[in-house]
Design a protein around this ligand. Structure first.
Ligand code: ZN
Length: 255
């Protein structure tokens, strides 16, 4: 059984097909899903969907790009959701310097990031980290505010050297569609160096659709394509990748 550690089934594009999405995932052997939020509304929606299915869980949190237009009072709302039994992680949170260029707005991202790590520590949850064009600052924040219950570098797009440093801070490395892209050098390098105990799978659906379906809407049923790419790179069987990545997710989320 596979575990998709990062999908946005709470995205409105799936609104009329939630049952079908979960069914197709199960048929593909993807029995465990973690639905990840980007603001309070999507956090509530992730919980509502997770309540309907076995082995479907929710992560609640405020994404760095959304943080710049979010009142701090939303963190109080978020805090209330963290005690829900289907909530197994806090995310996604982090730093995005690709979309956010303004220094003042970057300071807001930083504040929300640190405050949410503190919330995760208080409620004993791992964190899901979004990092885009902000590797060094993300590393500094995590080093100075270490998530006590660890976390995931989601859709990790940094170098293999930095992946090892994030692992030293207790983080897991999650890979998705880009590892299947024919021209992607870095994710393939990362897939080869991350230790078996720290590697996870994700789709980040509806984004980052794996080869050969690029251009189409992504979904959790595509996880085996990502596992196959990683198996080829590491020269092991797909079953082996399936086994250790699911075991890692269950260990991290205490399932
Ligand atoms: Zn995401």
């Amino acid at each position: 059984m596979f575990f998709d550690t990062h999908c946005h089934l709470n995205d409105r594009r799936y609104e009329n097909d939630i049952e079908g999405y979960v069914e197709r995932a199960k048929k593909a052997g993807v029995n465990y899903l973690l639905i990840v939020a980007w603001d309070v509304k999507s956090s509530k929606k992730a919980i509502t969907i997770a309540e309907r299915f076995n082995n479907v869980y929710a992560a609640v949190g405020i994404h760095p790009v959304d943080a710049v237009k979010t009142p701090k009072s939303d963190l109080k709302e978020l805090e209330k959701l963290l005690t829900h039994p289907k909530v197994i992680a806090l995310g996604e949170i982090g730093l995005d310097y690709h979309w956010i260029k303004d220094e003042k707005e970057r300071a807001i991202e930083h504040d929300f990031f640190v405050m949410q790590i503190e919330l995760a520590n208080k409620y004993r949850k791992p964190v899901l980290i979004h990092m885009r064009d902000a590797t060094n600052d993300t590393y500094e924040v995590l080093k100075n505010n270490t998530p006590k219950y660890q976390g995931i570098m989601h859709s990790y797009s940094g170098s293999k050297e930095m992946a090892l440093r994030f692992m030293d801070l207790g983080m897991y490395i999650s890979l998705g569609g880009p590892v299947t892209f024919l021209n992607a050098r870095e994710p393939k390098e990362v897939a080869s160096v991350v230790s078996e105990e720290r590697l996870l799978l994700e789709t980040d659906a509806p984004y980052l659709t794996p080869h050969p379906y690029r251009g189409k809407l992504n979904e959790s049923a595509n996880i085996p394509l990502i596992a196959e790419a990683i198996a080829t790179i590491r020269n092991v069987s797909v079953e082996k990748v399936e086994e250790f990545t699911t075991k890692n997710a269950k260990t991290l989320f205490k399932l």
